[in-house]
Design a protein around this ligand. Structure first.
Ligand SMILES: [Zn+2]
Length: 147
């Protein structure tokens, strides 16, 4: 399966640079990225988009997610975006690699594509997702002050 594994490095180097391409960045204006979990002093938990204020439903404290430095939040978003770039780029590379193999080498090569997709979806993506979760857990914790 040496051919199959070829898709991975090309996926990585192609999309590296973690700059912003025309990727899944903007969904809707100010609130971008995954929701932020807020754990209130009273142990109530809320989920709110970055930039929004959450008012605790049980004690009424107000938590402003703007207290999180935007640069910090963006760094997490970048990780997430990078993960998506790899996920999508990987699928794209698989199509390109096996598409050209089918053209250049033999039609049958196209039959390997589903296997590469499965390998990608079952092996690579879960690993990436786990490492992203580790990053989110260790770096994406802030202490807010109630307003
Ligand atoms: Zn509360």
């Amino acid at each position: 399966m040496a051919r199959g594994s070829k898709a991975f490095p090309s996926a990585g180097s192609g999309a590296r640079g973690r700059g912003d391409g025309p990727v899944v960045a903007s969904r809707k204006g100010a609130s971008f990225g995954p929701p932020i979990t807020i754990r209130c002093d009273c142990a109530e938990v809320g989920y709110v988009a970055y930039g929004e204020v959450w008012t605790c439903t049980s004690c009424g404290r107000r938590w402003n997610t703007r207290q999180i430095p935007e640069a910090d939040y963006r760094r997490i978003i970048d990780h997430l975006r990078w993960f998506k770039v790899q996920a999508i780029g990987g699928v794209g590379s698989i199509v390109v690699v096996f598409g050209s193999l089918a053209l250049v080498v033999a039609d049958r090569m196209i039959l390997l594509m589903p296997f590469a997709m499965v390998l990608w979806g079952l092996w690579f993506l879960p690993r990436r997702r786990r490492s992203f979760r580790d990053i989110a857990r260790t770096q994406a914790t802030w202490n807010l002050r109630p307003e």
